[in-house]
Design a protein around this ligand. Structure first.
Ligand code: SAJ
Length: 412
């Protein structure tokens, strides 16, 4: 069955770039989003999220009529679901967006359709999705009813793109494609081959779900190792950056970089999905989360200990984003550190964040948003929180009179 029209449900950080890339290959794409604002912006040929070159692809595909956005699903040959899966309190996965997406597409499903889930999900979610769809459409045959020849094919294919490099990685990364049946996987591979240049690696849905969680947990555990080392080295008065550099000369050692904590919407969230599925056995993964979540407090303590040397210290906080050279402040450990310092009132806080025009509202009254030059000219303490390119270029003579707390090891 050919894929003439593909619907992408959820036009966020993954859905919109995916929709635009597929449309750029000449396929008709219907983007669906519950936010009328997102729908309107996309239909104007603009992107409502910031990602390099995304504006250009959205503009051209909307102009050629290949991409359109709507708020309520219409029939299509395939549906890609890319909606959020945040955490509820207690680190429990919130599946309500996937359930809502299932309820929204169920009425327009037709025999022969393919449904692919891309949202990062706990193991077993694609099976749950099949159940939700089957409950809403008892007239259709799903993989759980007819393994060999279902009328609706279902697969899981996790997104693995790096924010800031999404359009390149969407095309070049390998994809793990997990079908509820072999035919489901085969149908999903045909969809991804429209735009993916990497390999499409076929497996079952549960393994594909776990693969995504494994990749981000692997990174979280390895960053936790680096963060724990940095705290130990602080006690032992050893330069952790030099230590890691030396250790990484060993042919089988590759330690990641310590920082002020782990931010973003993926690495700090996805390991909890594994912990929630098997709390008895996921000990290392859980502990890594605690190590990384504890790092902002360690940084705050360092600043407090340094600030006591001054009567009314001026503290320049360099960077707020969750990682280098992006403008995304959500779930950022740098914001957590500045937030905590702001309520403690231990000195005058200057904040330099070259990638945003406006600070989060709650910080506006307590800190001064200024340029790097202004901050360096006034600071007693320089607190480097993000390794943005502007900060990596600071010449050491400019800050030699300041007390430097460098959480990313770029000013040493
Ligand atoms: N970080 C460190 N030290 C390091 C590396 C990262 O402290 O050595 C911090 C960063 O500063 C940031 C956080 O970790 O606060 C996460 O940054 P990241 O660059 O590791 O990852 P994300 O969240 O931007 O994207 C990740 C990617 N996953 C992996 O690399 C395994 C990406 O491929 C996924 O698609 C994405 O999560 C996602 O959407 O799941």
């Amino acid at each position: 069955m050919s894929l003439k029209t593909i619907s992408v449900v959820g036009l966020g950080y993954i859905g919109l770039p995916t929709a635009a890339i597929i449309a750029s290959r000449g396929v008709n794409v219907i983007g669906v989003d519950v936010s009328q604002h997102a729908v309107d912006i996309v239909n104007q040929g603009k992107a409502h999220i910031i990602e390099p070159d995304l504006d250009i692809v959205v503009r051209s595909t909307v102009q050629t009529g290949k991409l359109k956005a709507i708020a309520k699903p219409e029939p299509a040959d395939a549906f890609i679901i890319a909606v959020p899966t945040p955490l509820k309190g207690n680190h429990e996965p919130d599946m309500s967006y996937i359930k809502a997406a299932a309820e929204a597409i169920a009425p327009v499903l037709e025999k022969g359709n393919l449904v692919v889930l891309e949202s990062t999900s706990p193991v077993g979610t694609t099976e749950k999705l099949a159940n939700w769809l089957a409950e809403a459409r008892p007239d259709l045959c799903f993989p759980r009813d007819a393994q060999d020849n279902p009328e609706i094919n279902l697969a899981y294919c996790p997104e693995r793109v790096l924010p800031g490099n999404v359009l390149q990685e969407l095309v070049s990364n390998d994809r793990v494609v997990g079908g509820l049946t072999r035919t489901c996987a085969k149908r999903a591979v045909a969809l991804y081959e429209i735009f993916v240049k990497g390999d499409c690696l076929v497996t079952n849905a549960r393994t594909a779900e776990m693969a995504k969680l494994t990749e981000n947990s692997y990174r979280d555990v390895n960053i936790a190792f680096a963060n724990e080392l940095s705290v130990i080295c602080d006690t032992l008065e050893i330069d952790v950056w030099e230590l890691i550099k030396l250790s990484n000369h060993h042919p089988r050692v590759n330690i990641l970089n310590p920082g002020p904590g782990v931010g973003g919407h993926c690495i700090a969230v996805d390991p909890w999905f594994i912990v929630h599925s098997d709390p008895k056995n996921a000990n290392l993964i859980k502990q890594a989360r605690h190590v990384n979540d504890g790092k902002p407090n360690f940084v705050v303590e360092k600043v407090i200990a340094s600030a006591v040397q001054y009567n009314s210290p001026v503290i320049a906080c360099l960077g707020l984003a969750f990682k280098a050279d992006i403008d995304d402040l959500r779930e950022s450990p740098a914001v957590e550190v500045v937030d905590k310092l702001a309520v403690m009132n231990i000195g005058r806080l200057l904040v330099v964040e070259p990638n945003v025009k406006k600070l989060p509202e709650r910080l506006e009254d307590n800190v001064v948003h200024c340029t790097l030059d202004e901050a360096i000219a006034q600071a007693d303490i320089i607190l480097l929180l993000v390794d943005h390119k502007e900060f990596r270029q600071i010449e050491s003579y400019r800050i030699e009179d300041c007390l430097v707390i460098d959480t990313r090891g770029v000013l040493c």
